[in-house]
Design a protein around this ligand. Structure first.
Ligand code: 16G
Ligand code: MG
Length: 545
């Protein structure tokens, strides 16, 4: 088969160091950039096969998100802009780990299993973040695509959600939007400006937002987009990449984990601030109050704000659509309680990882999904979109209904439904706060987070921990769940769970309780239980106080 001659030749330029083994994890491959060249080339090959099988354009994004600058990674994007299907994650792992001399056999195995028609045309969109290694690694992806005769389009520097958006636009023949960065800015900013027109008496102060760009791609793209926003939003951009290091002491992950503002940002009391992560698919908000205390508004607060807004609009529009919020076990208990008991919306819990939430959100007319760490978006079913569209176009509607229908229509357009998108989420949040005339403090006061603590425990093999019920209960090792149950009973309003990390070789422990001291003690005691029952390595976990 001559079609493989080029693969053989090119793979020699991107050889696999013998013995290296990687797993396509929760968000693709991610490790030190020096080890990734062969993986990138092979993901170019795999994306080409996936494109032939689906007869659609596939995306490949080169990024390691919130990881340090030295790392890099790769994620594959399926035709509608969603994460690649689980079967192909398995192929990705097999192909990445095949030793150099076994590469063709591994490739042919996938072709056979999926009955890939090799004469089918293939098209792959490639994007990259701002890391020093990204140019070289995305070239390796492009080499993989061309080695199998696929066509590629290199979008160069784009955010992860922008690449997802391009793939969806392309495969819907432009129905979702125009598959260009300019098209993305136009679609989102026009919807944002229309939404903003519904905010009465919004002062310049209220239109101001400080953005921490994590010294990454999100900063570049916010800058590019600014002129499209027609002064409806005044952005002060910090950590724009001109000086600082990517994700270093800044960005959404730093702010969420450290519970403090990023370095390099000036914060005045009561001012709204937000942070993106390194590939701009996560966002968290925060402010500091008049006493200088820092307050974080995470993905749970975002989900609450958005779902409240949508629910009010549905009521005003007289639309009977089922709205649900999808969370993970990390969602603060207060948020779940507020959503279920005060707002009376359906709440679903899934395993950690965007793809699980996305999937669950697809089951509702409107599915709002957010991880506490700030990954999330809103999905509208086709039927829901059509109903909203019809209502917005109905000329006989009276004021309040008409207004609500138009707001819903523009809300749909400002949202990137393919994946969580920091820029799109930011515009939606800013529009909602402006329309509702709400300060960040008022938003924060919707409910009060329960104090919580997250810890990690090193064990010799994370696989000994197996969980069920969306990771909220451990089924193995024996006795662990019983131990957790007993510990939780000691504290008021307490909850705790453990799960093996999908991105690090550790077991993660989460605990929440009525006071910070109780949450800290509980997290420590549960860590000890994990250490003792699940083969902890190194010294015993020490108490926090
Ligand atoms: C990945 C996931 C994120 C999840 C995190 C959990 C995507 C795009 N990213 O970053 O959603 O919260 O992993 O990490 O799915 P952990 O398994 O180490 O706790
Ligand atoms: Mg990210």
């Amino acid at each position: 088969m001559s079609e493989f001659q080029e693969v053989s030749k090119q793979s020699g330029v991107h050889p696999k160091p013998a013995g290296l083994v990687f797993q396509y994890g929760t968000a693709g491959f991610r490790t030190n950039a020096k080890l990734l060249d062969h993986i990138m080339f092979r993901m170019g090959l795999l994306a080409t096969l996936r494109s032939k099988t689906t007869k659609a354009t596939i995306g490949v994004m080169v990024t390691a998100s919130h990881n340090p600058e030295e790392d890099n990674g790769v994620k594959l994007v399926d035709p509608m802009g969603e994460m690649v299907s689980p079967t192909w994650e398995v192929y990705a792992t097999q192909l990445a780990n095949a030793e150099q001399e076994d590469l063709l056999a591994a490739l042919k195995d996938i072709i056979e299993k999926e009955a890939v028609n090799m004469s089918q045309e293939a098209k792959v969109f490639v994007g990259k973040d701002t890391r020093g290694s990204s140019a070289r690694l995305s070239q390796a992806v492009l080499d993989g695509v061309s080695a199998l005769g696929g066509h590629s389009k290199d979008y160069g520097l784009v955010t992860t959600p922008q690449l997802h958006y391009m793939v969806c636009c392309q495969n819907t023949q432009g129905k979702y939007g125009e598959a260009t960065v300019e098209g993305y800015y136009k679609k989102l900013s026009q919807a944002f400006i229309k939404l903003s027109k519904n905010a009465s008496n919004c002062t310049d102060d209220q239109k101001h937002l400080s953005v921490d760009g994590a010294n990454g791609i999100g900063a570049l793209k916010v800058r590019e987009m600014e002129s499209h926003l027609k002064k409806e939003l005044h952005i002060s951009l910090f950590n724009d990449g001109s000086e600082g290091k990517l994700n270093h002491q800044c960005g959404a992950d730093f702010v969420k984990v450290q519970q403090k503002p990023p370095t390099g940002m000036e914060i005045n009391p009561g001012e709204r601030c937000c942070s993106f992560d390194g590939d701009a698919d996560r966002i968290v908000y925060y402010y500091s109050d008049s006493e200088g205390t820092f307050h974080l508004l995470d993905g749970d607060k975002v989900a609450t704000l958005i779902s409240t807004f949508l629910k009010e609009l549905l009521t005003s529009a007289g639309l009977d659509l089922k709205i649900a919020v999808v969370q993970t076990a990390y969602a603060n208990g207060s948020s779940t309680n507020y959503l279920e008991n005060t707002m009376k919306v359906i709440v679903r819990c899934t395993k950690t990882g965007v793809k699980h939430l996305h999937h669950a959100a697809q089951e509702f007319d409107i599915g709002v999904y957010f991880e506490a760490n700030g990954h999330g978006t809103v999905l509208f079913s086709k039927a829901a979109e059509e109903k909203i569209q019809q209502l917005a176009e109905n000329s006989s509607l009276i004021d309040e209904k008409k207004r609500a229908a138009l707001l819903l229509q523009n809300t749909i357009n400002v949202i990137n439904q393919t994946v969580g998108d920091a820029i799109s989420d930011m515009l939606l949040i800013e529009a909602i706060l402006a329309i509702k005339g709400m300060t960040i403090h008022q938003w924060d006061a919707i409910y009060t987070d329960l104090p919580n603590r997250q810890l990690k425990v090193k064990v010799s093999d994370c696989r000994v921990i197996d969980t069920t019920d969306a990771e909220r209960r451990a089924v193995s090792p024996a006795g662990l769940q019983e131990a957790i149950d007993t510990l939780v009973k000691k504290y008021r309003k307490a909850r705790s769970f453990v799960r093996p990390s999908g991105t690090e070789d550790v077991v993660r422990v989460y605990a929440e309780a009525e006071t910070q001291d109780s949450a800290d003690d509980l997290a420590h005691e549960v860590s000890l239980a994990v250490y003792r029952l699940a083969g902890g390595v190194g010294g015993e976990p020490k108490p926090l106080h």
